[in-house]
Design a protein. Structure first.
Length: 66
C-alpha cells in the first residue's frame, strides 16, 4: 500500500518522494522489505536511525541473494 501511494504521488507531482522515518525505533523483516523496495523505486528514506538503517541494508542484501 505504501509503495503504491509513493509511486502515485511521484507520478502526480513529478517531484522526488521521500519518506521521513524519524522516530521509527523498530522494523520487522516485512517492513524492512517494503522500505527496500521503496528505495528500489527511487524513493529516499530519511531519518533512519542506525538500527533501522542496518535492518534495511540486510533486507537489501537478502533481496540481492534471491
Amino acid at each position: 500500500m505504501l509503495e503504491a501511494i509513493c509511486d502515485e504521488l511521484g507520478e502526480q507531482t513529478g517531484a522526488d518522494v521521500s519518506v521521513d522515518l524519524t522516530g521509527v525505533v523498530f522494523l520487522d523483516s516485512e517492513s524492512a522489505s517494503v522500505l527496500c523496495r521503496l528505495k528500489g523505486h527511487g524513493i529516499s528514506l530519511e531519518g533512519l536511525d542506525l538500527f533501522a538503517q542496518t535492518v534495511v541494508e540486510l533486507a537489501e542484501k537478502a533481496a540481492g541473494a534471491d
